[in-house]
Design a protein around this ligand. Structure first.
Ligand SMILES: [Zn+2]
Length: 474
């Protein structure tokens, strides 16, 4: 029955894809905030399980900062939106039910300016502020949260790559998934218009989206005429382009200087995604012939490519070149500390991380790097002190808990090790694994009275959450 309902949904949507949405009939309570939160957790669980998701705190934080600089200028400024990057060379991005926005590495690398990338994010965020996904689901018959969840995951699959929604896709038939769940033309136009207003409010160049369309058109010429995936899931018609062009005429020309980190993040992605020696050769050629959009970005990519290829001295030379002109960039400091550790200059690396944290007290890459370094040289208590301090600032950061678990493991503190590992799984949305680890913490033979009662209470809390989740599926 569920499958049939879903099939009906897919077919139904395609038939009515060209109709403008009836905005008046939409009511907020079709999917409740609680349901959307559960869907969000399920999607983020799948995302966290996927090996194609990029886990690099500097890259993740860059995207989240850029996304949040737009989000704060919307009507949903207080809502949490989760941004993530998927290792996929196709040019695509997508917004999900539950406030999740994914960007492919291919799109990130194709964007020639920060305003182009921000333009895509503003468009996706606008799909969320305008509640387009709940509207798609609301326009269909739906009798339970499970059906909505199935739809949400089907949308995840159709908008992104199929590996993303592994086990939870069982309920949805394969043939149904193959059909794309495109937004309607009305949705696209609304997201374009709202996106442009949002770009302007956040101080970006409103020409970003038009420039990015051109970038995509160029990209499709180079890839055997295959349209980038973004064009498939957000079809661009000539109507849409002329509508955008009309609208941006209203705005005065605004020159916006891209941040160094935009080019550095792109550089880091290139250095790690491409084949090691060929990217080194390509970057050297580009620098020699001055064929680049941003010179610093090219040197930064080369520094990381050398680092990856264990050419530490060469990496250092590239980095020195960059530091000379702008010494206080956190991404440069982080790479410098990484190189110092690789060279065995441990004290210098520690000093540099500490200096970095004084300048940029919330920069998580320094915290991870320093804690990891403390743990590797057996300064476990120092690692724990540092991590505890940062857990006050980032209480939902799974990486901090994971590092904490490592330090406690070194000290032979079993209860605390399992407790922290359980929290790491919990904040990666893996409730089942969190419960079994918290159970191990409860059953460990060490730990004082206070610690024992804390993990017992937390286990009960996690079990209650699981029970409520299971209940909502029926
Ligand atoms: Zn769209």
């Amino acid at each position: 029955m569920k499958k049939l309902l879903l099939m009906f949904f897919f077919i139904g949507h395609i038939v009515m894809a060209d109709e403008l949405p009836d905005l008046g009939s939409y009511t907020d309570n079709i999917i409740t905030a609680v349901e959307e939160d559960k869907i969000s957790k399920q999607i983020l669980y799948e995302v966290n399980q996927s090996s194609s998701v990029i886990h690099d705190v500097e890259i993740e934080d860059y995207l989240a900062t850029l996304g949040n600089s737009l989000l704060v200028k919307t009507s949903i400024a207080n809502r949490h939106i989760e941004f993530f990057i998927l290792n996929d060379s196709t040019i695509n991005a997508f917004a999900m039910l539950g406030g999740v926005v994914g960007v492919h590495t291919g799109l990130f690398l194709a964007a020639n300016s920060e305003s182009e990338l921000a333009g895509v994010l503003a468009h996706e965020i606008s799909h969320i502020t305008q509640k387009h996904l709940p509207r798609i689901i609301a326009s269909q018959q739906r009798d339970s949260y499970k059906t909505a969840l199935g739809m949400a995951l089907a949308i995840l699959v159709s908008r992104s790559n199929p590996q993303l929604a592994g086990g939870a896709m069982q309920a949805v038939s394969a043939s149904a998934v193959q059909n794309t769940l495109d937004f309607t033309r009305g949705h696209e136009q609304e997201a374009d218009r709202e996106g442009i207003k949002l770009l302007d409010r956040a101080g970006f160049d409103v020409r970003g989206p038009i420039n990015f369309f051109r970038t995509m058109q160029n990209a499709s010429q180079f890839s055997d005429g295959a349209a980038p995936a973004f064009l498939r899931t957000h079809p661009i018609t000539s109507d849409r382009i002329s509508d955008i062009e009309d609208r941006i005429k209203e705005y005065p020309y605004k020159q916006r200087v891209d941040s160094d980190n935009f080019y550095y993040v792109k550089g880091k992605l290139r250095a790690f995604l491409e084949e090691k020696t060929s990217i080194i050769n390509l970057l050297k050629e580009n620098i020699k012939n001055k064929t680049f959009i941003n010179e610093s970005g090219e040197h930064f990519a080369l520094a990381y490519a050398y680092y990856r290829n264990n050419q530490i001295n060469e990496a250092g030379q590239e980095l020195d070149f960059l530091i000379k002109s702008k010494p206080n960039n956190p991404m440069l400091i982080n790479l410098e500390a990484t190189l110092l550790i690789k060279k065995g200059s441990l004290q210098e690396a520690t000093d540099l991380y500490l200096k970095g944290l004084l300048m940029f007290p919330t920069y998580r890459a320094f915290v991870y790097g320093l804690a990891d370094h403390y743990i590797s040289v057996k300064y476990n208590s120092m690692a724990i002190d540092l991590l505890q301090k940062y857990l006050l600032l980032y209480p939902k950061d799974p990486n901090l808990y994971e590092l904490m678990a490592k330090a406690y493991a070194n000290l032979g503190k079993i209860l605390l090790q399992h407790e922290n590992l359980a929290e790491a799984f919990y904040y990666r949305y893996n409730l089942r694994e969190a419960i079994s680890l918290m159970d191990l913490a409860v059953r460990s033979r060490d730990g004082n009275f206070y610690e024992k009662s804390r993990v017992e209470a937390r286990l009960k809390e996690l079990q209650r959450e699981e029970m409520l989740f299971k209940k909502s599926l029926n």
